[in-house]
Write a protein that binds this ligand. Structure first.
Ligand SMILES: [Zn+2]
Length: 358
């Protein structure tokens, strides 16, 4: 029922000619054995998969840089990755960490991505490719949730990938919330004699529900000093929470990930240091912590796993400030006398902002 409900939310979302409904109904994919516990997609470091293997789980990895594995933005790589995802057993772990480069703030000048247009300048092939990769990763997330896996999608905290995907994330989050009345609430469980409370509680405990967690890389690194890097994990439930750790550097000193050079005209040029590439690789300890968090969650009694159902990432204060910001942007020039009188267009855009928010 859950898989069908999620697929219904995304009938217009198509990757390599397939919707989620097509993927779930695909005969070849459906007949694959569900023989994997853990799958790490978009990785060459294999931190999570190796930790899983060391803990006795059956794991696999996928990345176009690995032998015989292709780019997921093409049909061959997409089908290969999909086949592996379909092989993960119910309750298994799926870690997705797509390349973040075209979504980073450091590349804004080249990609044309900004808060008014997270999709960037789509006339440029590498921007198109970045967008295709993000959308494909989102399809993998949906397949994972629909198949009952514990999923996380990771990028650096400042990556615009999450903003680019926000409307899809909201759609899934809202959809999952709306399913709530269809399932018994914990309070109903006590009064209902028709259902086995333990079974129902177990079902409710593993209901997917979008959650966001942050991890400071330095908290998982022994070497000091090290660089500062914050990872953001968008997760299919609260399973990830035990892996959260924040900066533990005693003096707060970090090595630089970017160097700044002031040009003759006063502008600043930023270049990544040699640490920048390796900062994308999870330290071994983080890989292990992710596997343990998942294991701990799956083994916890149902009551401990229940999550509060809150809409994803919608801080009311932040939404209000954002709305005010958008209104002031239109009204500001009028108030400062930089525009002579309110044009129909400027009034229209204020009303549009108000209308869309309240
Ligand atoms: Zn630190």
């Amino acid at each position: 029922m859950l898989a069908h409900a999620i697929a219904k939310l995304f009938t217009d979302f198509v990757i390599c000619g397939m919707t989620l409904t097509n993927i779930l109904a695909d005969v070849n994919l459906a007949q694959l054995p569900r023989d994997l516990d853990v799958l790490e997609v978009f990785t060459v470091a294999k931190s999570v998969a190796s930790a899983a293997e060391e803990s006795g789980y059956r794991s696999d990895v996928f990345d176009y840089l690995n032998e015989d594995q292709h780019d997921v933005t093409g049909p061959k790589g997409f089908q290969q990755a999909l086949a592996l995802i379909m092989r993960v057993r119910e309750g298994g772990l799926l870690v997705l960490a797509p390349e973040c480069k075209t979504f980073s703030f450091a590349c804004m000048a080249v990609t044309g991505r900004n808060r008014f247009c997270y999709g960037g300048d789509t006339t440029k092939p590498f921007v198109q490719k970045g967008n295709a990769l993000a959308r494909t990763a989102w399809m993998f997330f949906l397949v994972g949730v629909a198949r009952g896996l514990h999923v996380c999608l990771e990028n650096p905290s400042g990556s615009m990938l999450f903003s680019f995907l926000q409307s899809y994330v909201n759609r899934l989050s809202d959809g999952l919330q709306s399913l709530w009345p269809l399932t018994p609430r914990p309070t109903d469980l006590q009064s209902s004699s028709a259902v086995d409370p333990q079974l129902q509680a177990a079902f409710l405990a593993d209901r997917p529900d979008m959650k966001v967690f942050y991890v400071d890389r330095c908290a998982y690194e022994d070497k000091r000093p090290t660089f500062k890097k914050k990872y953001k994990f968008l997760c299919s439930s609260q399973w990830f929470s035990a892996a959260v750790r924040t900066c533990s550097c005693s003096n707060g000193f970090h090595e630089k990930l970017m160097t700044e050079v002031v040009r003759e005209d006063g502008t600043v040029s930023k270049t990544g240091t040699s640490h920048l590439t390796s900062s994308g690789f999870y330290p071994k300890a983080l890989g292990l912590a992710i596997v343990q968090a998942w294991k701990q969650h799956c083994e916890a009694p149902p009551a401990a796993r229940q999550t509060r159902l809150l809409p994803f990432d919608r801080d009311p204060k932040q939404m209000m400030l954002q709305t005010l910001g958008e209104i002031l942007k239109t009204l500001g020039p009028l108030l400062l006398g930089q525009a002579e009188k309110p044009s129909k267009r400027s009034i229209g855009s204020v009303l549009q902002v108000l209308g869309s928010k309240f």
